[in-house]
Design a protein. Structure first.
Length: 171
């Protein structure tokens, strides 16, 4: 039985990718649902695989919730679940043509938003139709942001991470 060990260079990559995910979201936080998170999480899933992408995303969710003072299960849990579903979508579409990946980003963005609606409905007894109706503009913004960023940044980011693996980890 061999132990699975992570190389220092891979650990450095995971830390760097976590920082990128967190910093870009923080820098763009004044623009509602305008983000690079969807493209980054999908690329992480496609290049790192589900376990490592989940680790990066979990660290991001913890950091995000600690920094913004909302380390509350009603915020952290739907956020984690929404991003995890996006990881599954990103991993499933990793070999798909870009238009399919873009479509997956829209579906993942909507699911991410609806996770918050579902948690608010289940645990806070908030009318889910009213919640989604009030949130529709933010959902549209997130979908548009996802489409643009995935169209233009997905392949370059994927190549960059794969090149790092070739040069530093898979030696």
């Amino acid at each position: 039985m061999t132990k699975s060990r992570i190389k220092t260079s891979e650990l450095a990559l995971l830390a760097m990718l976590t920082a990128i995910l967190f910093v870009q979201e923080t820098l763009l936080s004044s623009l509602p649902n305008i983000q690079l998170s969807v493209v980054l999480i999908m690329v992480y899933a496609a290049t790192l695989g589900i376990p490592k992408a989940t680790l990066v995303m979990t660290l991001h969710v913890l950091l995000d919730n600690m920094i913004w003072g909302s380390l509350n299960p009603l915020t952290a849990c739907p956020m984690w679940l929404g991003w995890f579903i996006l990881i599954l979508i990103g991993f499933a579409l990793k070999k798909a043509p870009l238009p399919i990946i873009v479509t997956g980003s829209v579906i993942g963005s909507l699911i991410y938003c609806w996770c918050f609606a579902l948690f608010n409905y289940l645990f806070m007894d908030i009318n889910i139709v009213a919640y989604i109706t009030a949130d529709i503009l933010f959902e549209i913004l997130m979908c548009c942001s996802s489409v643009v960023t995935v169209m233009f940044l997905y392949r370059p980011a994927e190549r960059l991470i794969n090149k790092y693996y070739e040069n530093h980890i898979n030696k």
